[in-house]
Design a protein around this ligand. Structure first.
Ligand code: SF4
Length: 316
């Protein structure tokens, strides 16, 4: 029985530093690297993962959820059960048009179509379905070959308010090492690192950080349902095609929702008018405003979209 170190890669600074540490401590042969693709990542991050393979001399295994097995039963449910529940014919026809086209192959979108909604902070099913589940499946396949797996995760206390306030003293939130069971263990070796340590690890191993950090972003994962004003503004300014794509997804997911009103970001209040108040383009307009949401931020509008404005001091 061997011990295999499986590092979850995201294309971000923390998982890259974690991969560097795993290589330093255990060497290439004892490590595996896995990336769960949501289909909603930035193209720069996809390129960066390929760069990491050559910079670190490793292979990164990509895993993606395939929802074909639940797509067609869901289609059948809409076709056979919705009529018995009083759902209007035009709503059923509209939803079936989407289902009859078959899965799109984009995990994030297919998941939202099947659930007829986007995830939210209170129902963050994307993380489990698109990240945790495929990576766990990957780890279990390594265990099935008679190995023990340490799951290396680039989690830092500093990154999250919850981890900062709960973990310290109470042990409530996240620990550096714990046993999951069945031969799987979680290991979070950079839990107490600061962001400076993370970039120092990059520097020492001559690995460039994800170029998105040089555009002023402090996270490089997919355009997230939890994004704040500044982050939505950054995507709209530099990567408008991603906003356009999400607008298309809002059309598609709305077509399979009974209320025809699915929004990527939450739109509190009446569900029937959600898209008028909280569609992606409304959020982009809101992201241009100053605190309180009414007045346009002139300073922000003047900022050059190509300016190098790293939040981590990488511009020097
Ligand atoms: S980054 Fe956000 S949208 Fe993407 S999987 Fe995680 S929680 Fe969901």
């Amino acid at each position: 029985m061997s011990l295999v170190h499986v590092v979850s890669m995201s294309g971000g600074k923390d998982s890259t530093a974690t991969a560097i540490l795993a290589l330093e401590q255990h060497g290439k042969d004892a490590c595996r690297f896995v990336f769960a693709d949501t289909g909603n990542e930035h193209e720069v991050t996809y390129e960066y993962l390929h760069y990491l393979e050559s910079a670190l001399g490793i292979a990164i295994d990509w895993v993606r959820r395939d929802f074909s097995d639940i797509w067609w039963p869901r289609r059948d449910y809409v076709r056979d059960v919705w009529p018995t529940k009083g759902v209007p014919d035009e709503v059923i026809v509209r939803a079936l048009e989407v289902f009859e086209r078959g899965p799109t192959g984009i995990p994030f979108l297919d998941l939202c179509i099947i659930k007829a909604r986007f995830p939210s902070r209170m129902a963050q099913f994307c993380t489990h379905e698109l990240k945790v589940a495929p990576i766990t499946e990957y780890q279990m396949s390594v265990i099935d070959y008679g190995n023990i797996v340490w799951s290396w995760q680039g989690v830092r206390i500093e990154e999250s308010e919850a981890r900062r306030t709960k973990f310290q003293g109470s042990g409530a939130c996240v620990v550096a090492f714990d046993e999951v069971g069945g031969g799987l263990y979680n290991y979070r070796p950079i839990l107490r690192w600061g962001w400076q340590d993370v970039f120092e690890a990059h520097r020492l191993y001559n690995v460039k950080p994800n170029p998105l950090y040089l555009q002023g972003r402090d996270r490089v994962g997919c355009l997230c349902i939890n994004s704040g004003k500044q982050e939505i503004g950054a995507w709209a300014k530099r990567d408008r095609h991603h906003i356009e794509r999400i607008a298309e997804w809002e059309d598609i997911v709305s077509a399979v929702s009974k209320r025809a009103n699915a929004t990527f970001f939450p739109a509190p209040g009446d569900n029937d008018t959600a898209r008028e108040r909280g569609g992606i383009w409304q959020k982009v307009e809101w992201a241009k405003t100053t605190r309180g949401g009414r007045q346009f931020s002139l300073l922000d509008q003047l900022e050059e979209p190509t300016a190098c404005s790293s939040a981590y001091g990488l511009c020097e």
